[in-house]
Write a protein that binds this ligand. Structure first.
Ligand code: FES
Length: 126
């Protein structure tokens, strides 16, 4: 089975981000929470700066080679959200196609899906 990756935007700032209160972008908080929640799971994580969903942070992408890929956004950088993202990613990892039946979705990811990308067709090369 291909590895499912969680890509976290570490530069997202939500509307309530405030220079006086926040020492770093919300995305860094979220990345740390996701990395903690994904520890000891059969998943990989990485950070990128900007997934082009800046108006609805925090944003993450869930991807695995040959499977449906998703971006999700609008998350507050909280442990509960990170846990839901990781739980969902684990189901994505276990599924054949990347499609996780709606009835199995963790409550915390509902309403956060932004895009879905079908896997590229096999072009017969390589
Ligand atoms: S800064 Fe996070 S999507 Fe652009």
């Amino acid at each position: 089975m291909p590895t499912t990756w969680i890509t976290v935007c570490d530069t997202c700032k939500r509307e309530d981000w405030d220079e006086a209160r926040n020492t770093r972008p919300h995305g860094e908080d979220m990345a740390e929470l996701v990395e903690t929640a994904a520890r000891d799971r059969n998943l990989r994580t990485r950070r990128v700066s900007c997934l082009m969903g800046c108006s609805h942070g925090c944003n993450v992408a869930i991807q695995a080679d040959g499977k449906l890929a998703y971006t999700l956004g609008g998350f507050a950088p909280e442990a509960e959200a990170a846990q839901a993202i990781v739980d969902y990613a684990e189901m994505h990892a276990e599924s054949e196609t990347g499609r996780v039946p709606f009835r199995q979705w963790p409550q915390g990811v509902k309403g956060h899906f932004v895009t879905r990308h079908p896997p590229l067709p096999d072009d017969g090369e390589g």
